[in-house]
Structures are given as structure tokens and as C-alpha cells.
Design a protein around this ligand. Structure first.
Ligand SMILES: [Fe+2]
Length: 155
């Protein structure tokens, strides 16, 4: 059984159904071969998610439900950030700045300037970035596995 097949058997059915295709083995191999970069990028993504949530809280003060959801999200993402930084410390990986990805920047270029389109676009882009990240990282990373599926950390 290949590594991809064995990881796929661990993934919940709803995550497998969500992904339009399986994660390529080449991507998994590249990720596992660059653990330091992967963890730094992961930490940065968690921090950026929290930052974006807080930015929305500052910008949309009149949306009480949004404020509550973004507050919850910011706390959750900061907890993830702490978990990644702790794992990095355990593995002797120094946190370093990475430049922003072209992927996120490219998506943001299409955000409308006028409301409510701007808010809608930012939320959709956030969903596009975050939603596939968890299942996509799952087969390739014990790091993600231990953060998002604590019950599966024996793998
Ligand atoms: Fe997160």
C-alpha cells in the first residue's frame, strides 16, 4: 500500500468527498521533504487567518454576528498558531518571515471595492483558502494531522 493510499484510508469520507482530486504523491513527497518550510508557512497561515478575522472585526463593527464569528475564528487560529510554534520549538525550527503567497494575493486582486461586495469577496476568498487546506494537508503531514485530528495522532 502506498503512503497516499494509507493516508486516504484515514481521511473522513466527507473530506474525501470535498476534494475534487486526491493530493498528488509528488506534492506529499515535496511537503515531507521540506518540513521546516512547511511548518513556518503553516504558522504564518494561522497568524494570517487570525489577522484577517481581526481586520474584519475592525472594519465591520455594525455586523454583530460577524463580530462574534470573527472573534471566535481569531481565537481558534491564534491557538493553532501557538500549537505550530510549539511544534517548531520542539523540532528546533526557528520562525522566520516568509513572503506572502502569490495564490492569496492573486485572489485578493479580484475583491470588489464597494460594499457589500467587498465583504462577500473577502469571506469567499477566506473560505477558498482555508477549506481545502485542512484535508489537503492531511495526507502529507503529521503536523496537520496532529493539529486538526488529535484522535489520529498515532499515525
Ligand atoms: Fe487554523
Amino acid at each position: 500500500m502506498s503512503a497516499t493510499q494509507s493516508f486516504d484510508t484515514l481521511m473522513p469520507d466527507e473530506l474525501l468527498a470535498f476534494l475534487p482530486c486526491r493530493t498528488p504523491q509528488a506534492w506529499i513527497d515535496a511537503a515531507l521533504g521540506n518540513e521546516r518550510l512547511l511548518m513556518i508557512d503553516h504558522a504564518q497561515c494561522e497568524k494570517k487567518a487570525a489577522s484577517t478575522a481581526m481586520s474584519l472585526m475592525y472594519r465591520y463593527t455594525g455586523h454583530s454576528e460577524l463580530l462574534t464569528k470573527m472573534s471566535q475564528l481569531a481565537r481558534e487560529e491564534l491557538l493553532h498558531f501557538e500549537q505550530v510554534v510549539n511544534l517548531m520549538r520542539e523540532r528546533g525550527i526557528d520562525y522566520q518571515h516568509l513572503s506572502a503567497s502569490r495564490y492569496a494575493g492573486g485572489l485578493r486582486e479580484h475583491v470588489r471595492e464597494q460594499e457589500p461586495g467587498r465583504l462577500i469577496d473577502v469571506l469567499i476568498i477566506g473560505a477558498y483558502i482555508v477549506a481545502p487546506a485542512k484535508p489537503r494537508f492531511f495526507p502529507g503531514s503529521r503536523i496537520r494531522l496532529s493539529l486538526y485530528w488529535p484522535m489520529s495522532t498515532k499515525n
